[in-house]
Design a protein around this ligand. Sequence first.
Ligand code: SF4
Length: 383
Amino acid sequence: MRKIFLAPILEVLAEGLVWLCINLERLPLPFLVSRTGYANPRVRRITGWVGYWAHTFRLTLPNIHKWMKTKGDLFPLVVQVQTINRCNASCSFCPYPYTVHLQEKRIMDDELYSKIVDECVSEPGLLDFVPMSKNEPLLDVNMEERIREFRAKAQPHQIVELVTNGSPLTPARAKRLMDAGLDMITVSVSASNEETYKKVMVGLSWKQVMNNLEALAQENLAGLNVYLRFIKEQGNHRELNAFRKRWRHFNHFNFNVNNRAGALRGYEMKVIRHGSFAERVKHTLGSHIYPACPYVFSSMHILENGNVTMCLNDWGDREVIGNVRTQSIREIYNSPRMKEVRELMVQGRYEEIEACKGCSFYHEWLKPLEAQENVQVAVPATR
Ligand code: SF4
């Protein structure tokens, strides 16, 4: 009886929470003004923990809830494009050395890139364009031109963003990227000293990246929002506070290592567990906000040859669902298979999707708690 009475109240509260999350970035919160990119209306409110999550919610929630109500067609809110399939590092949290690195080197041709840009800018629903995926994007020597092309064609609200390890981000390169119209750049650092850096960001020079960041901090960053990223794992998580203190003038965010849909080797040795109470709270809150995994509702990942994989988190490229050379983004995103995958997810049938069944997002966030307890959160890792 009590349950029947409480159910509609809880439903209204959950709907209110979702509304708040989606609209958080647009609320007039005076403290949400970034130290970097403050003069750029597209990114000035993306700052700190609240700004970061507000932006993330805006990118990941609307399409899921639209799907739950209408099951209608979607266009990705975020499109990631791999313009080159190369990286210059072998980071401990990344499967690159034993996945993408094994392919022959390839660079996306300009005609294909322009086709993708043209489709994205014609869709007002597209919010973030990221010409980076499973690579170090600044190894593409034409990156400035690619950014410039997107900015010249984009609608005023559409953001162009990069994620880099910072080693090729020399002062000259940073200036050229800003001139080209880059709105936001995230530099993956994940350490606060050289010793840890060498273990986590394997193959990169601490000195070189620190010099690049020091030089970047001296630039006029009114138009460019800069985030430093810290991926937490067993070997570095105690340094998070020192990292924050050292780089006060940039924005920061951090998250736990994930197993990249089962592709990351040794995941169980790296992941940080927070104990069952914290896991339960995280799971309960998460499942109210996200009724399904947001990746296939909100983002698209396009490889250098035009292939589109089901989920950008799947480093094994287990399911290619189309190719943008011969199909449109909209057509691929609303293909019968994508609709089937979304429906399986809404029904909680992740075990029936090849990439998802070994994915830590599924095992730690989406799988019912009772099922997790039975197997003590055993996440299949390493293919
Ligand atoms: S659960 Fe599936 S859709 Fe979600 S991140 Fe993992 S592989 Fe991607």
